[in-house]
Write a protein that binds this ligand. Sequence first.
Ligand SMILES: NC(=O)C1=CN([C@@H]2O[C@H](COP(=O)(O)OP(=O)(O)OC[C@H]3O[C@@H](n4cnc5c(N)ncnc54)[C@H](O)[C@@H]3O)[C@@H](O)[C@H]2O)C=CC1
Ligand SMILES: O=C(CO)COP(=O)(O)O
Ligand SMILES: [Zn+2]
Length: 353
Amino acid sequence: MFEKSTWIRLPRNVVVGHGVRSAVVDVVDDLHLQGRPLFVTSPTPREVAADPIAADFEAAGIEPKIVTVEKATFDAVERVIEVAEAEGAAYLVGIGGGKAIDIAKMASYHLEMGFLSVPTAASHDGIVSNRGSVPDGDSRHSVAAEPPLAVVADTATLADAPWELTTAGCADIISNYTAVMDWRLAKRLKDVEYSEYAAALSEMTAEILVDNAELIRPGLEESAWVVTKALMSSGVAMSIAGSSRPASGAEHLFSHQLDRLAPGAALHGHQVGVGSVMTAYLHGGDRGIWRDIRNALSSIDAPTTAAELGIDDETVVEALTTCHEIRDRYTILGDGMNERAARDVAKKTGVID
Ligand SMILES: NC(=O)C1=CN([C@@H]2O[C@H](COP(=O)(O)OP(=O)(O)OC[C@H]3O[C@@H](n4cnc5c(N)ncnc54)[C@H](O)[C@@H]3O)[C@@H](O)[C@H]2O)C=CC1
Ligand SMILES: O=C(CO)COP(=O)(O)O
Ligand SMILES: [Zn+2]
């Protein structure tokens, strides 16, 4: 008897384009959301977007409460839950980069409340995904979270954000190549749950982005459009899979370990991009696609070396040898690299000197 079932939760409204920030209040109306919203944001996105959006709500007779968060931690999620309960919030709006959006979607999941995603940077593919990513001691959890009821991505805001945030988003997408290689490997070796549709969507998203790399240039609003569509498509792949597997493999483990060893040194997307160059080498050796990945990253101004990340060579080697312990996710790293092998791959790919 056939007993499989799946439940894929995707946004109902996706609004992307120039100036759509002022449409958030209309989107809320279209979704028939009632009551007081809680905006979850961080300091710069508050100035850039949350305060102006709050003014639109006030003009429409709705008084939002705003909470500002700094880090994507379980404590921050707890604080947002407490504020939402104390203020009688009816739904949450995450406004900012990956961290603010992750906190909002995780708090919404716990509160069983609707959530809207309003990215202010095209820096990560968590904009529509149903996962949250949180460091916790020596581990990094990928936790279930509320997918957004709607996404409102204003390309004017995204194009105005610092250019490196956009290149980080591109690198987060380019890393899908190796994430999918790891997922297929884990399917073959460990029979993990696998979706060919999610894997294909994730790979195709990376391909389309690389094919359109010439459109991704600083100061071009069209770049924000191209990158945001890719970020959403990658997030949909995660929602189809019900896991971050299509977009997170060993290159993400490497980045999560760098976050522990060198906190704040580089952006998430830039770290996973450099990780992807090295794990592509581990998958395919010298004839594999590692040079294609490195060239794709260079073509959109993303870092390809430890020095460009602002991280020293020894930290890269340490991250490579220890990052398999971050979580129980089988990848090309298997049960870990030894130091000589880690140094070798980092040197051969030009990541370290
Ligand atoms: N849940 C998921 O599926 C995913 C989650 N992530 C998570 O997202 C985080 C990475 O996201 P990021 O956006 O790189 O980090 P982030 O949220 O820390 O943002 C980076 C910086 O950009 C600033 N910023 C945002 N918009 C701006 C604007 N318009 N102008 C000026 N500055 C602006 C922020 O204030 C922050 O200082 C990581 O924690 C990562 O694990 C990443 C991918 C997928
Ligand atoms: O960053 C992600 C996908 O780009 C997902 O993060 P995790 O590695 O925490 O699942
Ligand atoms: Zn990522």
